[in-house]
Design a protein around this ligand. Structure first.
Ligand code: CTP
Length: 473
């Protein structure tokens, strides 16, 4: 078998084979490395399965390096791994036969043959092995014809799909993740088994589900996976808010667009423009509050007033529910969701400099990302309409650039801050201080006064006087 290995990969595989031979322990390359090499993709790690103790083999291979490599092992699972200086990881495990109990992902494990080990794997394309034994070094051992499924671009379980998924329900997410990453099709019986076993996903931790979900979102065309998650019923189980986006309601002959498929289109559009996972999350969540804010107004049609502000709030709930990080990533996604209508609205009406300044100030360093999201949000089927919008949008971008060059509003600090107000009026930290400070900032953004200290000072004195405060210095 000639697979496309780098020189470093060849050397480490030969070394493993040598050490295994000296221990008289048959061993095989298996899983993702074999799959990815046959597909001509790069791999960052390799799995080795051996007929014997994987920890002993890992230790012996690590000891053949000078200095010896550090081995980390998980005694409970019988696995051991080390990292080469170039970052490539190798994991060792003894061949296993597994049987699962209904309420858990944790299998009961016994030693097994290579075929036993291949039987317990998730998909035919992940069950292929390549021998590292002296007698048949390099031979592909492929009992389920995974190579054929690779060529036909099919995801299929080696055994009965119901058993494979019921044993380890995370594999349902993995099936959809591989279909998305590799642009493969899930074979009919395997797909049907996902639908009928969907409830089993509830025994999987949210962290693991979200890990797979993020891999789907990070793929080239994430809509493939999200649509499969929806069609199989898995999405309903862990992310019901997204499912409620689906469907069209018609009143008085007027329908609105299907916000689920619109969202998938926006997500693909964003994915085409950027690899930023969090910008992709902003695309997923930009219209998430549309179902909750939907109204039919007589004579006017469908409205979704306030879905931007409510959407921002929902981001926090959803991040918490999906165990996504509640840090600056949440802040960023919430901000983009809250602002996603602003640039589009600027392209529709007569644009004032103050509206531009306000957007520059509110979006700050995330302006480019916001503009990318908004451009991606234009998904009308009417080509002429799209072109018209995009042209107007170009104008908005140019105006923003001119206003920014003139006024330098992004990352801008107003000339008077809260500390100045407290010092000048000898006030303690209080609501009044916040009010005066904000009034000055708003007046500059609205163009009522220029962005200069003297004008800001004068305006502050007037505002404070209205509230009964006199400067002390
Ligand atoms: N595996 C499995 N069931 C799982 C997880 C893994 O059968 N729930 C098996 C598959 O044979 C898989 C191998 O373990 O190929 C290694 O798993 P992992 O490293 O998680 O995935 P890879 O297939 O290597 O793919 P990737 O690196 O893209 O995650």
């Amino acid at each position: 078998m000639d697979i496309n290995c780098t020189k470093e990969e060849r050397l480490i595989l030969e070394r493993i084979a040598q050490v295994a031979k000296s221990l008289q322990m048959p061993c095989y390359l298996i899983g993702g490395f074999v799959r990815d090499k046959l597909l001509g993709r790069n791999s960052k790690d390799a799995d080795i399965v051996c007929l014997g103790d994987g920890i002993i083999l890992a230790e012996a291979v690590a000891a053949s390096f000078s200095p010896k490599l550090n081995v980390s092992f998980f005694k409970n699972f019988g696995t051991a791994q080390f990292k080469l200086p170039n970052g490539f990881e190798v994991e060792f495990v003894g061949a296993r036969k597994e049987s699962y109990v209904a309420h858990s992902r944790k299998p009961e494990v016994q030693n097994g043959s290579l075929v036993d080990d291949q039987n317990r794997r998730d998909f035919t394309i992940n069950a292929m092995a390549i021998s590292l034994c002296p007698s048949d070094y390099g031979t592909l051992i492929d009992p389920f014809n995974g190579i054929n499924d690779l060529e036909l671009k099919i995801i299929r379980t080696p055994l009965d799909a119901d058993i494979t998924f019921s044993d380890d329900p995370l594999r349902m997410m993995r099936a959809i993740r591989f279909a998305t990453q590799l642009n493969f099709v899930i074979e009919a019986e395997t797909l049907a088994a996902i639908k009928s076993n969907k409830e089993r996903l509830k025994i999987i931790s949210q962290e693991r589900i979200t890990d797979e979900l993020n891999k789907i979102i990070a793929a080239k065309t994430p809509s493939i996976g999200l649509d499969l998650l929806y069609q199989t019923g898995l999405l309903e189980i862990f992310f019901p808010q997204m499912v409620t986006l689906a469907g069209v309601e018609i009143i008085e002959g007027k329908g609105h667009k299907d916000n689920f498929y619109h969202t998938l289109q926006v997500l693909d559009n964003v994915a085409y423009r950027s690899n930023n996972l969090w910008l992709r999350w902003a695309a997923i969540l930009h219209d998430i509050a549309k179902p909750a804010t939907k109204r039919f107004e007589q004579g006017h049609g469908w409205t979704f007033h306030g879905h931007d502000a409510l959407g921002k709030k929902m981001c926090t709930t959803i991040f918490r529910q999906l165990k996504l990080p509640l840090n600056e990533h949440l802040k960023y996604v919430g901000k983009l969701v809250a602002l996603h209508l602003r640039p589009i609205s600027l392209s529709k009406e007569e644009i004032t400099d103050s509206a531009m300044r306000r957007l520059l100030f509110d979006a700050g360093e995330d302006l480019e990302d916001l503009m990318m999201l908004c451009e991606s949000d234009i998904t009308s089927k009417n080509k002429l309409k799209v072109r018209h919008f995009l042209e107007n949008f170009e104008l908005v971008k140019q105006r923003l650039k001119i206003v920014e060059e003139k006024d330098k509003i992004r990352n801008w600090q107003p000339p008077i801050d809260g500390a100045d107000v407290m010092r000048i009026f000898k006030l303690p930290p209080s609501r009044e201080v916040g009010f005066i400070k904000t009034a000055v900032r708003e007046a500059i953004l609205d163009g009522i006064i220029p962005n200069e200290y003297d004008a800001a000072y004068q305006y502050m004195i007037e505002k404070a006087a209205e509230m009964g405060f006199e400067p002390v210095v």
